[in-house]
Design a protein around this ligand. Sequence first.
Ligand SMILES: NC(=O)c1ccc[n+]([C@@H]2O[C@H](COP(=O)([O-])OP(=O)(O)OC[C@H]3O[C@@H](n4cnc5c(N)ncnc54)[C@H](OP(=O)(O)O)[C@@H]3O)[C@@H](O)[C@H]2O)c1
Length: 349
Amino acid sequence: MKRVFINGYGSIGNRIAQFIKDDPQIKIVGVGKFSADDKVEDAVSRGFDVYVPQKKIDSFKNYKIKGSIEEALSNCDLVIDCSPGGTGYTNKKQLYEPKGVMAIYQGGESVFGEERVSDLLFNSRVNYKEAFGKKHVMQGSCNVTGMGRILQPLREKFSTRLIRFDAILVRRWADIEQTEKTVPDTIEWSPNPHHQDDVKSYMGQDTPLFIQAIKVPTRQMHVHMMSIRFKDSAPNPSEILDLYRDEYGVATLWTAKGTKQIRDAAESMKFSFKDTNMIHIHANMIEKIDDTIKMVYSDDQTGIVIPENHKLMQAMLFQKPYDEALAHTETLFHMQEKKKSLEEFFAKK
Ligand SMILES: NC(=O)c1ccc[n+]([C@@H]2O[C@H](COP(=O)([O-])OP(=O)(O)OC[C@H]3O[C@@H](n4cnc5c(N)ncnc54)[C@H](OP(=O)(O)O)[C@@H]3O)[C@@H](O)[C@H]2O)c1
């Protein structure tokens, strides 16, 4: 059994811990906390040992902690870093590399420049096997992960018929549980969004992908509006939808009107954390115009990367064949069942 430590217990770390604790091939050593607050008690009540930075131990004297993060790292095979964006690099240099421990980083880090955490940005649908033998790998962010699920099937089916992908990312401001973050009444734009380089890092530098990103005041989900240009006449929308029928982590919804309605459906179906863990193609928004397909899909920002982390962990720790890793991930996440329930709930009337 492999020993895994989860460093950071926020939106992502807390979800990863709660899903992976049910994996019989993994022992969770514990979770790392940085602030002495009631999330420590939450973690303990869920059965996790809590570790804190050695230099902060005194500030946790009123909480039940197990030890220091430095000790936990000496006692694990792999750490899943779930710290705020950019902090993963510091943790790599100050903790993980000196301890010689394998590490997974999240999408707020980078695979470019002096502060890159890895030379590999993982997307299980595209480059699963490239994580074999790597000690440090970055999991793509939610938008970057979702986009791979759309682009890779298109590339496999249409290859040189594809001329160009133009996408507008409509990003959520904060997560539902990030109540400390306010959602201001404004729309912000991001020059040079990281998503374009991130997606190209695993799809290939020559991918004709052009992304613009805006951030809007919602907590529910991201939405991508994508135009796909073909060399000749574009395929019919039904042909595009057929492409995703059996794609893992992609649901096709006909009658959803907005992202909150999907979250509410996930809640009513008792999905863990109200997450769907997938992207949702909005079939009533797909259009063919001459050589172009226009499509819209939503991306469950908090949920989508959790099963991906689980697959990446299996690639790094066990070098399992892709199908075996996917089947094992499915035993914890029940994505096929969730996809079926969502598709039935939002079926064509
Ligand atoms: N939220 C999303 O939807 C989403 C989706 C995909 C990817 N990501 C990426 O996932 C990463 C984590 O995001 P998040 O949304 O989970 O953030 P978050 O909710 O703000 O949680 C961050 C956690 O990191 C802890 N922390 C603070 N300093 C740390 C350090 N030096 N080392 C380790 N942990 C530290 C914090 O601990 P305390 O609470 O104890 O202070 C907190 O539990 C980021 O790279 C982000 O870009 C986020």
